[in-house]
Design a protein around this ligand. Structure first.
Ligand code: PLP
Length: 451
Protein backbone atom coordinates (compact mmCIF):
# COMPACT_ATOMS: atom_id res chain seq x y z
CA UNK A 1 0.00 0.00 0.00
CA UNK A 2 1.35 3.39 -1.01
CA UNK A 3 1.07 5.65 2.06
CA UNK A 4 0.76 8.87 0.05
CA UNK A 5 -1.98 7.41 -2.11
CA UNK A 6 -3.79 6.28 1.01
CA UNK A 7 -3.51 9.74 2.55
CA UNK A 8 -4.86 11.47 -0.55
CA UNK A 9 -7.73 9.04 -1.18
CA UNK A 10 -8.72 8.64 2.46
CA UNK A 11 -8.94 12.42 2.84
CA UNK A 12 -11.29 12.51 -0.12
CA UNK A 13 -13.36 9.69 1.35
CA UNK A 14 -13.63 11.45 4.72
CA UNK A 15 -14.70 14.64 2.93
CA UNK A 16 -17.34 12.68 1.03
CA UNK A 17 -18.71 11.10 4.22
CA UNK A 18 -18.63 14.42 6.11
CA UNK A 19 -20.61 16.02 3.25
CA UNK A 20 -23.06 13.12 3.43
CA UNK A 21 -23.72 13.78 7.11
CA UNK A 22 -24.05 17.49 6.44
CA UNK A 23 -26.75 16.91 3.83
CA UNK A 24 -28.33 13.75 5.25
CA UNK A 25 -31.70 15.42 5.80
CA UNK A 26 -32.03 16.05 2.07
CA UNK A 27 -32.40 12.35 1.23
CA UNK A 28 -35.66 10.42 1.43
CA UNK A 29 -35.19 8.49 4.69
CA UNK A 30 -36.57 5.26 3.26
CA UNK A 31 -35.03 4.43 -0.09
CA UNK A 32 -37.68 4.84 -2.78
CA UNK A 33 -36.09 2.56 -5.42
CA UNK A 34 -37.74 -0.54 -6.88
CA UNK A 35 -36.30 -4.07 -6.53
CA UNK A 36 -33.53 -4.75 -9.08
CA UNK A 37 -32.90 -1.04 -9.70
CA UNK A 38 -29.13 -1.35 -9.43
CA UNK A 39 -28.74 -4.06 -12.02
CA UNK A 40 -30.02 -1.60 -14.61
CA UNK A 41 -27.43 0.98 -13.61
CA UNK A 42 -24.25 -1.08 -13.31
CA UNK A 43 -22.40 -3.15 -15.94
CA UNK A 44 -22.85 -6.91 -15.69
CA UNK A 45 -19.14 -7.69 -15.29
CA UNK A 46 -16.26 -6.14 -13.33
CA UNK A 47 -14.13 -3.49 -15.08
CA UNK A 48 -11.00 -4.70 -16.82
CA UNK A 49 -8.98 -1.52 -16.09
CA UNK A 50 -8.55 0.52 -12.90
CA UNK A 51 -10.70 3.65 -12.74
CA UNK A 52 -10.17 7.02 -11.05
CA UNK A 53 -11.66 7.29 -7.54
CA UNK A 54 -13.78 10.23 -8.65
CA UNK A 55 -15.75 7.97 -11.02
CA UNK A 56 -16.65 5.78 -8.09
CA UNK A 57 -17.68 8.77 -5.95
CA UNK A 58 -19.89 9.89 -8.85
CA UNK A 59 -21.50 6.45 -8.96
CA UNK A 60 -22.01 6.40 -5.21
CA UNK A 61 -23.76 9.74 -5.45
CA UNK A 62 -25.88 8.90 -8.47
CA UNK A 63 -26.51 5.18 -8.14
CA UNK A 64 -25.82 3.94 -4.61
CA UNK A 65 -27.20 6.69 -2.36
CA UNK A 66 -30.69 6.50 -3.94
CA UNK A 67 -30.74 2.85 -2.85
CA UNK A 68 -29.70 3.62 0.73
CA UNK A 69 -32.13 3.84 3.63
CA UNK A 70 -30.59 6.46 5.85
CA UNK A 71 -30.31 4.89 9.29
CA UNK A 72 -28.31 7.84 10.58
CA UNK A 73 -30.89 10.40 9.49
CA UNK A 74 -32.46 12.36 12.35
CA UNK A 75 -35.78 11.34 10.79
CA UNK A 76 -35.14 7.60 10.99
CA UNK A 77 -37.61 6.18 13.52
CA UNK A 78 -37.85 2.59 12.27
CA UNK A 79 -36.98 -0.70 13.96
CA UNK A 80 -34.41 0.50 16.55
CA UNK A 81 -31.61 3.05 16.64
CA UNK A 82 -28.32 1.89 15.15
CA UNK A 83 -26.05 4.62 16.35
CA UNK A 84 -22.84 5.82 14.82
CA UNK A 85 -20.58 8.50 16.20
CA UNK A 86 -17.33 10.19 15.33
CA UNK A 87 -15.57 8.03 17.93
CA UNK A 88 -17.11 4.86 16.57
CA UNK A 89 -16.26 5.90 13.04
CA UNK A 90 -12.64 6.66 13.93
CA UNK A 91 -12.33 3.34 15.73
CA UNK A 92 -13.62 1.56 12.63
CA UNK A 93 -11.07 3.44 10.56
CA UNK A 94 -8.24 2.42 12.85
CA UNK A 95 -9.43 -1.17 12.81
CA UNK A 96 -9.57 -1.15 9.00
CA UNK A 97 -6.16 0.50 8.93
CA UNK A 98 -4.47 -2.11 11.09
CA UNK A 99 -6.58 -4.89 9.55
CA UNK A 100 -5.47 -7.58 11.97
CA UNK A 101 -7.21 -10.94 12.24
CA UNK A 102 -7.10 -11.49 15.98
CA UNK A 103 -8.43 -15.01 16.38
CA UNK A 104 -5.87 -16.05 18.98
CA UNK A 105 -3.81 -13.97 21.37
CA UNK A 106 -0.60 -14.39 19.40
CA UNK A 107 -2.17 -13.09 16.18
CA UNK A 108 -2.39 -9.67 17.82
CA UNK A 109 -2.05 -9.56 21.59
CA UNK A 110 -3.41 -6.00 21.78
CA UNK A 111 -6.63 -7.02 20.02
CA UNK A 112 -7.38 -9.71 22.60
CA UNK A 113 -6.21 -7.78 25.64
CA UNK A 114 -7.96 -4.52 24.72
CA UNK A 115 -11.20 -6.46 24.19
CA UNK A 116 -10.91 -8.03 27.64
CA UNK A 117 -10.16 -4.69 29.29
CA UNK A 118 -12.84 -2.71 27.49
CA UNK A 119 -15.50 -5.34 28.18
CA UNK A 120 -14.54 -5.32 31.84
CA UNK A 121 -14.96 -1.52 31.79
CA UNK A 122 -18.33 -1.85 30.09
CA UNK A 123 -19.39 -4.59 32.53
CA UNK A 124 -18.51 -2.29 35.43
CA UNK A 125 -20.44 0.59 33.84
CA UNK A 126 -23.48 -1.67 33.72
CA UNK A 127 -22.77 -2.84 37.30
CA UNK A 128 -22.79 -6.46 36.17
CA UNK A 129 -21.90 -8.99 38.84
CA UNK A 130 -18.14 -9.60 39.18
CA UNK A 131 -18.49 -13.16 37.88
CA UNK A 132 -18.98 -11.66 34.41
CA UNK A 133 -15.58 -9.96 34.49
CA UNK A 134 -12.38 -11.48 33.20
CA UNK A 135 -10.56 -11.71 36.55
CA UNK A 136 -12.63 -14.73 37.57
CA UNK A 137 -14.05 -17.59 35.54
CA UNK A 138 -16.09 -15.37 33.25
CA UNK A 139 -15.48 -12.56 30.80
CA UNK A 140 -16.79 -10.63 27.84
CA UNK A 141 -16.43 -11.17 24.13
CA UNK A 142 -17.50 -9.11 21.13
CA UNK A 143 -19.74 -11.00 18.73
CA UNK A 144 -21.00 -9.74 15.40
CA UNK A 145 -24.64 -9.87 16.43
CA UNK A 146 -27.08 -10.75 19.20
CA UNK A 147 -28.07 -13.72 17.04
CA UNK A 148 -24.54 -15.11 17.26
CA UNK A 149 -24.47 -14.37 20.99
CA UNK A 150 -27.63 -16.35 21.73
CA UNK A 151 -26.50 -19.16 19.45
CA UNK A 152 -23.15 -19.65 21.16
CA UNK A 153 -24.64 -19.64 24.65
CA UNK A 154 -27.41 -22.00 23.57
CA UNK A 155 -24.76 -24.41 22.28
CA UNK A 156 -22.83 -24.11 25.54
CA UNK A 157 -26.00 -24.74 27.55
CA UNK A 158 -27.03 -27.66 25.35
CA UNK A 159 -23.68 -29.42 25.71
CA UNK A 160 -23.54 -28.71 29.42
CA UNK A 161 -26.86 -30.42 30.05
CA UNK A 162 -26.12 -33.26 27.64
CA UNK A 163 -22.92 -34.01 29.54
CA UNK A 164 -25.14 -34.46 32.59
CA UNK A 165 -28.14 -36.32 31.15
CA UNK A 166 -26.51 -38.13 28.23
CA UNK A 167 -26.24 -37.31 24.53
CA UNK A 168 -29.31 -39.36 23.64
CA UNK A 169 -31.54 -36.88 25.45
CA UNK A 170 -31.20 -34.10 22.86
CA UNK A 171 -34.82 -34.60 21.73
CA UNK A 172 -36.02 -34.06 25.29
CA UNK A 173 -34.42 -30.65 25.83
CA UNK A 174 -36.89 -27.79 26.23
CA UNK A 175 -36.27 -24.09 26.01
CA UNK A 176 -38.42 -21.18 27.26
CA UNK A 177 -38.89 -17.56 26.32
CA UNK A 178 -41.77 -15.18 25.80
CA UNK A 179 -43.66 -14.85 22.53
CA UNK A 180 -42.07 -11.39 22.25
CA UNK A 181 -38.55 -12.82 22.11
CA UNK A 182 -36.52 -11.98 19.04
CA UNK A 183 -36.61 -14.58 16.25
CA UNK A 184 -32.83 -14.89 16.69
CA UNK A 185 -33.62 -17.43 19.42
CA UNK A 186 -35.66 -19.54 17.04
CA UNK A 187 -32.80 -19.51 14.56
CA UNK A 188 -30.39 -20.58 17.30
CA UNK A 189 -32.70 -23.52 18.09
CA UNK A 190 -32.77 -24.54 14.45
CA UNK A 191 -28.99 -24.49 14.23
CA UNK A 192 -28.55 -26.05 17.68
CA UNK A 193 -30.73 -29.06 16.88
CA UNK A 194 -33.38 -28.29 19.50
CA UNK A 195 -36.62 -29.97 18.53
CA UNK A 196 -38.92 -27.23 17.11
CA UNK A 197 -41.81 -28.46 19.27
CA UNK A 198 -39.67 -27.97 22.36
CA UNK A 199 -39.23 -24.21 21.94
CA UNK A 200 -41.83 -22.78 24.29
CA UNK A 201 -42.60 -19.21 23.31
CA UNK A 202 -44.90 -18.43 26.21
CA UNK A 203 -47.84 -16.13 25.79
CA UNK A 204 -47.74 -12.54 27.00
CA UNK A 205 -50.37 -9.83 26.86
CA UNK A 206 -51.01 -6.25 27.84
CA UNK A 207 -51.75 -7.24 31.46
CA UNK A 208 -47.96 -7.60 32.00
CA UNK A 209 -46.95 -5.04 29.37
CA UNK A 210 -45.87 -8.01 27.24
CA UNK A 211 -43.35 -9.22 29.81
CA UNK A 212 -43.04 -12.93 30.56
CA UNK A 213 -44.98 -13.92 33.65
CA UNK A 214 -43.13 -16.10 36.20
CA UNK A 215 -46.39 -18.01 36.83
CA UNK A 216 -46.78 -18.86 33.16
CA UNK A 217 -43.15 -20.02 33.08
CA UNK A 218 -43.54 -22.15 36.22
CA UNK A 219 -46.63 -23.81 34.83
CA UNK A 220 -44.95 -24.63 31.50
CA UNK A 221 -41.88 -26.08 33.22
CA UNK A 222 -43.93 -28.22 35.53
CA UNK A 223 -46.02 -29.61 32.60
CA UNK A 224 -42.87 -30.47 30.70
CA UNK A 225 -41.18 -32.14 33.64
CA UNK A 226 -44.33 -34.22 34.21
CA UNK A 227 -44.12 -35.29 30.55
CA UNK A 228 -40.53 -36.47 31.02
CA UNK A 229 -38.94 -33.55 29.16
CA UNK A 230 -35.82 -31.68 30.32
CA UNK A 231 -35.99 -27.88 30.75
CA UNK A 232 -32.51 -26.54 29.95
CA UNK A 233 -32.59 -22.92 28.76
CA UNK A 234 -34.45 -19.72 29.55
CA UNK A 235 -34.05 -16.55 27.51
CA UNK A 236 -35.38 -13.32 29.01
CA UNK A 237 -35.42 -10.02 27.16
CA UNK A 238 -34.78 -6.53 28.46
CA UNK A 239 -36.31 -4.32 25.79
CA UNK A 240 -38.13 -6.48 23.25
CA UNK A 241 -37.80 -5.33 19.68
CA UNK A 242 -41.51 -5.02 19.19
CA UNK A 243 -42.52 -2.96 22.23
CA UNK A 244 -39.48 -2.63 24.55
CA UNK A 245 -41.08 -5.01 27.08
CA UNK A 246 -38.87 -5.93 30.02
CA UNK A 247 -39.01 -9.42 31.50
CA UNK A 248 -38.66 -9.63 35.31
CA UNK A 249 -35.11 -10.96 35.53
CA UNK A 250 -34.95 -11.63 39.24
CA UNK A 251 -38.03 -13.86 39.46
CA UNK A 252 -37.34 -15.61 36.17
CA UNK A 253 -33.71 -16.15 37.09
CA UNK A 254 -34.65 -17.82 40.36
CA UNK A 255 -36.95 -20.20 38.49
CA UNK A 256 -34.15 -21.01 36.05
CA UNK A 257 -31.74 -21.65 38.89
CA UNK A 258 -34.09 -23.93 40.82
CA UNK A 259 -34.58 -25.97 37.65
CA UNK A 260 -30.84 -26.01 36.83
CA UNK A 261 -31.43 -24.22 33.56
CA UNK A 262 -29.10 -21.83 31.73
CA UNK A 263 -30.41 -18.26 32.01
CA UNK A 264 -29.58 -15.91 29.14
CA UNK A 265 -30.56 -12.24 29.08
CA UNK A 266 -31.02 -10.64 25.68
CA UNK A 267 -30.70 -6.89 26.17
CA UNK A 268 -29.57 -6.32 22.59
CA UNK A 269 -31.75 -3.28 22.06
CA UNK A 270 -31.99 -1.57 25.41
CA UNK A 271 -29.12 -2.91 27.54
CA UNK A 272 -26.69 -0.07 26.86
CA UNK A 273 -29.14 2.42 28.40
CA UNK A 274 -28.67 0.65 31.74
CA UNK A 275 -25.31 2.37 32.26
CA UNK A 276 -27.49 5.35 33.28
CA UNK A 277 -28.30 5.05 37.00
CA UNK A 278 -31.94 5.91 36.32
CA UNK A 279 -32.33 2.92 33.98
CA UNK A 280 -30.11 0.39 35.77
CA UNK A 281 -33.08 -1.10 37.60
CA UNK A 282 -34.27 -2.65 34.33
CA UNK A 283 -31.50 -5.22 34.66
CA UNK A 284 -31.90 -5.85 38.38
CA UNK A 285 -31.71 -9.62 38.71
CA UNK A 286 -28.93 -9.97 36.13
CA UNK A 287 -27.00 -11.56 39.02
CA UNK A 288 -29.05 -14.71 38.33
CA UNK A 289 -28.02 -14.84 34.67
CA UNK A 290 -25.41 -17.13 33.13
CA UNK A 291 -24.97 -14.84 30.14
CA UNK A 292 -25.91 -11.27 29.21
CA UNK A 293 -25.84 -9.58 25.83
CA UNK A 294 -26.23 -6.03 24.59
CA UNK A 295 -25.59 -4.51 21.18
CA UNK A 296 -23.22 -1.58 21.56
CA UNK A 297 -24.00 -0.93 17.90
CA UNK A 298 -27.60 -0.15 18.74
CA UNK A 299 -27.53 2.43 21.50
CA UNK A 300 -23.93 2.90 22.55
CA UNK A 301 -22.71 5.13 19.74
CA UNK A 302 -20.52 2.34 18.41
CA UNK A 303 -20.68 1.80 14.67
CA UNK A 304 -22.03 -1.54 13.48
CA UNK A 305 -21.03 -4.24 14.32
CA UNK A 306 -20.35 -4.68 18.02
CA UNK A 307 -22.50 -7.06 20.04
CA UNK A 308 -21.20 -7.61 23.54
CA UNK A 309 -21.67 -10.89 25.34
CA UNK A 310 -20.66 -11.61 28.93
CA UNK A 311 -20.61 -15.09 30.36
CA UNK A 312 -20.00 -16.30 33.90
CA UNK A 313 -18.33 -19.58 32.96
CA UNK A 314 -16.14 -19.04 29.92
CA UNK A 315 -15.16 -22.72 29.97
CA UNK A 316 -18.71 -23.66 29.05
CA UNK A 317 -18.24 -21.76 25.77
CA UNK A 318 -14.73 -22.98 25.20
CA UNK A 319 -15.73 -26.62 25.69
CA UNK A 320 -18.27 -26.44 22.88
CA UNK A 321 -16.46 -24.11 20.47
CA UNK A 322 -12.73 -24.77 20.73
CA UNK A 323 -10.57 -26.50 18.15
CA UNK A 324 -6.84 -26.94 18.25
CA UNK A 325 -5.40 -27.59 14.79
CA UNK A 326 -1.64 -27.96 14.45
CA UNK A 327 -1.15 -24.81 12.39
CA UNK A 328 -2.64 -22.62 15.14
CA UNK A 329 -0.62 -24.09 18.02
CA UNK A 330 1.69 -21.67 19.82
CA UNK A 331 3.44 -21.46 23.19
CA UNK A 332 1.10 -18.96 24.85
CA UNK A 333 -2.03 -20.92 23.93
CA UNK A 334 -0.58 -24.30 24.76
CA UNK A 335 0.51 -23.02 28.18
CA UNK A 336 -3.02 -21.76 28.80
CA UNK A 337 -1.67 -18.30 29.58
CA UNK A 338 -3.98 -16.36 27.29
CA UNK A 339 -7.51 -15.95 25.98
CA UNK A 340 -7.99 -17.14 22.40
CA UNK A 341 -11.25 -15.58 21.31
CA UNK A 342 -11.58 -18.00 18.39
CA UNK A 343 -12.87 -20.44 21.04
CA UNK A 344 -15.67 -18.08 22.14
CA UNK A 345 -17.31 -17.61 18.74
CA UNK A 346 -18.40 -19.38 15.53
CA UNK A 347 -15.89 -17.99 12.99
CA UNK A 348 -12.14 -18.24 13.30
CA UNK A 349 -11.23 -14.78 12.00
CA UNK A 350 -12.24 -11.69 13.94
CA UNK A 351 -11.83 -7.95 13.58
CA UNK A 352 -10.26 -5.54 16.06
CA UNK A 353 -13.68 -4.25 17.14
CA UNK A 354 -12.73 -3.26 20.67
CA UNK A 355 -10.88 -0.22 19.26
CA UNK A 356 -14.13 1.56 18.43
CA UNK A 357 -15.70 0.72 21.78
CA UNK A 358 -12.57 1.97 23.53
CA UNK A 359 -12.67 5.20 21.56
CA UNK A 360 -16.35 5.73 22.36
CA UNK A 361 -15.64 5.28 26.07
CA UNK A 362 -12.62 7.57 26.00
CA UNK A 363 -13.95 10.35 23.81
CA UNK A 364 -17.41 10.68 25.36
CA UNK A 365 -18.82 11.06 28.80
CA UNK A 366 -21.07 8.05 28.36
CA UNK A 367 -22.94 8.50 31.61
CA UNK A 368 -24.22 11.92 30.70
CA UNK A 369 -25.20 11.00 27.17
CA UNK A 370 -28.93 11.46 27.20
CA UNK A 371 -30.35 8.19 25.98
CA UNK A 372 -33.97 8.65 25.22
CA UNK A 373 -36.56 6.55 23.55
CA UNK A 374 -40.25 6.81 23.21
CA UNK A 375 -42.70 4.60 21.52
CA UNK A 376 -45.94 5.95 20.20
CA UNK A 377 -48.68 3.81 18.88
CA UNK A 378 -51.09 5.19 16.41
CA UNK A 379 -54.38 3.39 16.21
CA UNK A 380 -57.04 4.47 13.82
CA UNK A 381 -60.35 5.36 15.49
CA UNK A 382 -62.22 2.25 14.55
CA UNK A 383 -63.79 -0.57 16.50
CA UNK A 384 -63.39 -2.86 13.54
CA UNK A 385 -59.94 -4.48 13.79
CA UNK A 386 -59.69 -5.38 10.11
CA UNK A 387 -60.49 -1.82 9.20
CA UNK A 388 -58.03 -0.45 11.78
CA UNK A 389 -55.28 -2.69 10.41
CA UNK A 390 -55.97 -1.53 6.87
CA UNK A 391 -55.90 2.09 7.98
CA UNK A 392 -52.65 1.68 9.88
CA UNK A 393 -51.10 -0.14 6.92
CA UNK A 394 -52.23 2.68 4.69
CA UNK A 395 -50.85 5.25 7.10
CA UNK A 396 -47.48 3.48 7.27
CA UNK A 397 -47.22 3.43 3.49
CA UNK A 398 -48.37 7.02 3.14
CA UNK A 399 -45.92 8.34 5.73
CA UNK A 400 -42.92 6.33 4.53
CA UNK A 401 -43.46 7.14 0.88
CA UNK A 402 -43.17 10.85 1.64
CA UNK A 403 -39.50 10.12 2.34
CA UNK A 404 -39.66 12.64 5.20
CA UNK A 405 -39.50 10.07 7.98
CA UNK A 406 -39.26 6.31 8.31
CA UNK A 407 -41.34 4.40 10.85
CA UNK A 408 -41.95 0.66 11.11
CA UNK A 409 -44.72 -1.49 12.54
CA UNK A 410 -45.50 -4.37 14.85
CA UNK A 411 -48.47 -6.49 15.86
CA UNK A 412 -49.40 -6.72 19.55
CA UNK A 413 -52.42 -8.68 20.78
CA UNK A 414 -53.52 -8.95 17.16
CA UNK A 415 -53.44 -5.16 16.71
CA UNK A 416 -51.37 -3.68 13.91
CA UNK A 417 -49.42 -0.75 15.36
CA UNK A 418 -47.00 1.82 14.10
CA UNK A 419 -43.87 2.26 16.17
CA UNK A 420 -41.80 5.40 16.38
CA UNK A 421 -38.42 4.53 17.89
CA UNK A 422 -36.47 7.64 18.80
CA UNK A 423 -32.73 7.35 19.36
CA UNK A 424 -30.63 8.45 16.38
CA UNK A 425 -27.83 10.74 17.63
CA UNK A 426 -28.79 13.51 15.20
CA UNK A 427 -32.47 13.51 16.23
CA UNK A 428 -33.60 16.64 18.06
CA UNK A 429 -36.94 17.43 19.65
CA UNK A 430 -38.00 19.31 16.51
CA UNK A 431 -37.59 16.15 14.42
CA UNK A 432 -39.81 14.17 16.77
CA UNK A 433 -42.43 16.93 16.78
CA UNK A 434 -42.35 17.14 12.98
CA UNK A 435 -42.70 13.36 12.71
CA UNK A 436 -45.70 13.38 15.00
CA UNK A 437 -47.31 16.18 12.98
CA UNK A 438 -46.69 14.32 9.72
CA UNK A 439 -48.33 11.20 11.16
CA UNK A 440 -51.35 13.24 12.24
CA UNK A 441 -51.63 15.04 8.87
CA UNK A 442 -51.36 11.82 6.87
CA UNK A 443 -53.87 10.12 9.16
CA UNK A 444 -56.36 12.98 8.69
CA UNK A 445 -55.88 12.88 4.91
CA UNK A 446 -56.44 9.13 4.91
CA UNK A 447 -59.58 9.40 7.03
CA UNK A 448 -60.89 12.21 4.83
CA UNK A 449 -60.86 9.84 1.85
CA UNK A 450 -63.22 7.52 3.77
CA UNK A 451 -65.84 9.96 4.91
N1 PLP B 1 -32.64 -9.26 20.33
C1 PLP B 1 -33.25 -8.08 20.38
C2 PLP B 1 -34.00 -7.67 21.62
C3 PLP B 1 -33.21 -7.21 19.28
O1 PLP B 1 -33.82 -6.02 19.32
C4 PLP B 1 -32.49 -7.63 18.12
C5 PLP B 1 -32.47 -6.76 16.93
O2 PLP B 1 -33.44 -6.20 16.54
C6 PLP B 1 -31.87 -8.88 18.13
C7 PLP B 1 -31.96 -9.66 19.24
C8 PLP B 1 -31.11 -9.37 16.95
O3 PLP B 1 -30.01 -8.56 16.76
P1 PLP B 1 -28.81 -8.89 15.78
O4 PLP B 1 -29.15 -8.22 14.50
O5 PLP B 1 -27.62 -8.28 16.44
O6 PLP B 1 -28.70 -10.36 15.64
Amino acid sequence: MDAEQLRENAHKMVDFIADYYQTIENFPVLSQVQPGYLQELLPDSAPTHPEPLQHIFDDIQAKILPGVTHWQSPNFFGYYPSNSSIAGFLGEMMSAGLNVVGFSWITSPAATELEMIVLDWFGKMLKLPEEFLSAGKGGGVIQGSASEAVLVVLLAARDKILRRVGKNSLEKLVLYASDQTHSALQKACQIGGIHPENCRLLRTDCSTDYALSPNVLNEAISNDVTSGLIPFFLCATVGTTSSTAVDPLLELGKIAKSNEMWFHVDAAYAGSACICPEYRHYIDGVEEADSFNTNAHKWFLTNFDCSVLWIKDRNALIKVLSTNPEFLKNKASQANLVVDYKDWQIPLGRRFRSLKLWMVMRLYDCYSTAIFVSLFSSSAPSNDETCATKLNLGLLDAVNSTGKIFVSHTVLSGKYLLRLAVGAPLTEERHVNAAWKLLQDEASALLATLW
